[in-house]
Design a protein around this ligand. Structure first.
Ligand SMILES: CC(C)(COP(=O)(O)OP(=O)(O)OC[C@H]1O[C@@H](n2cnc3c(N)ncnc32)[C@H](O)[C@@H]1OP(=O)(O)O)[C@@H](O)C(=O)NCCC(=O)NCCS
Length: 185
């Protein structure tokens, strides 16, 4: 599949990034509510560097973290999609499904719906045998998305995120896994 293809569920649309997404993306990356389970908020230049990295990832892998559009509601609400993590740990190499939405778009089911579109591609066009997702043990909202998607958590997979220093409250992470046909809905 070409990276330029737009995926749509009717309510949610996954599309390629546009230059005008950079400003609202920087705004959500500077919101402490959105970044609660990351070590820090991002500056405008760090946020732009992340968009550059996402675009490079699309050219290398053919998939990535798509921009999320909510037609008639928000031209840009955040991202959702697939990522090959750069960290090295017991479950890598792998493909991760991930999401980040601006605070005002939480609580509508958009993240779960967007992730389902991405997983459809992962197990369809890209024929992956497994997709994982991980987050801080404390990130209940993200874990709830994983659970709604039918992803499975085995406590034996829990791990310390390599780039977070020992003793940091966000260091302990949970891993959820999903195989083709493993979704409950
Ligand atoms: C993680 C994150 C995307 C989850 O957002 P979310 O809004 O909780 O998740 P969803 O979009 O799936 O919405 C689910 C909620 O919408 C509600 N909802 C309302 N209308 C709905 C509808 N029409 N269909 C489905 N759900 C609906 C659900 O009941 C659920 O509410 P609840 O959380 O009170 O149970 C969001 O918290 C976020 O961006 N966090 C910051 C970034 C982050 O931590 N990312 C993960 C790092 S690994």
């Amino acid at each position: 599949m070409s990276a330029s293809v737009t995926l749509s569920s009717g309510r949610v649309c996954l599309r390629q990034w546009r230059d005008e997404d950079r400003e609202p993306f920087a705004a959500l990356n500077s919101d402490p509510r959105v970044m609660e389970f990351f070590r820090s908020c991002l500056s405008r230049s760090e946020s732009d560097a992340m968009v550059d990295y996402i675009q490079k990832h699309f050219s290398e892998h053919g998939f990535g973290l798509w921009a999320v559009e909510i037609p008639s509601v928000a031209p840009f609400a955040g991202f959702a999609g697939l990522l090959v993590p750069q960290v090295s740990t017991h479950f890598t190499p792998c493909v991760e499904v991930g999401w980040r939405l601006a605070f005002e778009y939480w609580g509508h089911g958009y993240a779960t719906e967007a992730a389902r579109l991405a997983l459809g591609q992962a197990f369809g066009a890209f024929a992956l045998s497994e997709v994982v997702s991980y987050t801080s043990v404390l990130n209940q909202r993200s874990r709830a998305v994983m659970e709604r998607l039918g992803m499975r958590h085995d406590p034996a997979d829990d791990f310390d995120y390599p780039r977070i220093p020992e003793g940091h409250p966000l260091r302990r992470h949970v891993l959820y896994r999903l195989r083709p046909g493993g979704s409950e809905r």
